[in-house]
Design a protein around this ligand. Structure first.
Ligand code: ADP
Length: 339
């Protein structure tokens, strides 16, 4: 597909350049030809005058230019120039078309990969739903208790599907170049408190304490998405920590930026996984093998999109087996960071 599009684009480039070049040649030829006709005309007049006077020793026969040969040579030169321009523009056009289409091809590849990954993730809960329903339908003596158990299990799969589709929607929404987000001055402390209250249920279930040492600093942000970002980081911190561990959130201020660190004492991330954790659908080896850590590997890609919408950055430091620290750096004034 890419090659086809490249050839078509090259053909368009060449066609446009060829038309311009031929039009120029026609203009040059018309102008030169007018001069040649004038020259031809004056030569004929001179010839006639010479014939009327008759050959004599004093007047020599005029040394005339062969106008039709000059005309032929001009046509040949213009044709040669046009052919060279077409040849050169074909080579340059092919090269330029390749460069123009490369980012588009990359985007299409990326989208195809995204669709393939999303379909793959959707298939797992769907297959499980389907087989559970089929097995139960085959059982002719199924009782109310078994039916209820089936429905509970089905609901679990449906919840997973809903979660996955919600995350996919969020990811595509935040990925849009000009998503309509309104940035307002908010207290970072309030945002962290709100995020903490959203994960308090899961933290409580694992007896994990979340401690906040965040200062009450004002920052220009889109409140809902930033709350979502810290929910993702706190939820991961809880999800990947053992029972009774501690999660801490701290903030500091440097040269027009606020840095918020979310630290846990959990399973940590291996050196091999660290470079990939922000990729879509990537799940670390440890999290894939642990049955109690549900997820699709979309949280951190959403987090990265949110941070980039705020013109900030996100980094991770992790000690496998000991814990992880995620640092989010955000400009205090969003409008100034755009300059
Ligand atoms: P998910 O949690 O659904 O797998 P994420 O995108 O949130 O997806 O995270 C990607 C991977 O990064 C996880 O699978 C896990 O391996 C690793 N990870 C993220 N946060 C932590 C953390 N706090 N502690 C340990 N590993 C983490």
């Amino acid at each position: 597909m890419f090659q086809n599009a490249r050839i078509k684009l090259t053909a368009w480039y060449v066609l446009i350049i060829a038309i311009i070049s031929v039009l120029f040649s026609i203009a040059i030829y018309v102008t030169v030809n007018r001069e040649l006709e004038r020259l031809e005309h004056s030569q004929i007049v001179r010839q006639l005058q010479w014939q009327r006077l008759g050959p004599g020793p004093a007047i020599a026969m005029p040394d005339d230019i062969d106008v039709s040969e000059v005309r032929f040579r001009i046509i040949m030169t213009l044709g040669l120039v046009d052919a060279s321009i077409v040849l050169l523009s074909s080579l340059a056009g092919y090269f330029l078309a390749g460069r123009t289409l490369a980012p588009i091809a990359e985007m299409v590849d990326d989208q195809n990969r995204f669709i393939a990954d999303a379909s793959h993730e959707l298939r797992t809960p769907l297959t499980s739903l389907k087989s559970e329903i089929e097995v139960t339908l085959r059982d002719k003596k199924i009782g109310l208790r078994d039916t209820k158990a089936l429905l509970v299990s089905n609901l679990e799969e449906v919840n997973k599907l809903q979660n996955l589709s919600d995350n996919l929607i969020k990811l595509t929404q935040y990925h849009k170049v000009n998503g309509n987000m309104t940035f307002k001055e908010e207290s970072i402390k309030n945002i962290i408190s709100e995020s903490m209250s959203k994960v308090s249920g899961v933290a409580k279930a694992k007896k994990i304490k979340i401690i906040s040492n965040v200062k009450d600093t004002k920052i220009e942000v889109e409140k809902n998405t930033l709350t979502e970002l810290f929910v993702i980081l706190l939820d991961n911190a809880v999800k990947y920590s053992g029972k009774g561990k501690k999660v801490t959130v701290e903030s500091s201020k440097t040269d027009g930026h606020i840095i918020v660190k979310v630290a846990d004492q959990g399973i940590g991330i291996t050196k091999e996984d660290v470079p990939h954790i922000f990729e879509r659908f990537y799940r670390g080896d440890k999290s894939r093998t642990k049955s109690d850590t549900d997820g699709y590997g979309l949280g951190l890609s959403i987090a990265k999109e949110i941070v980039s919408k705020h013109n900030g950055s996100i980094a991770v430091e992790s000690d496998s087996g000991k814990g992880t620290i995620f640092s989010v750096k955000l400009p205090v004034k969003h409008s100034l960071s755009l300059i």
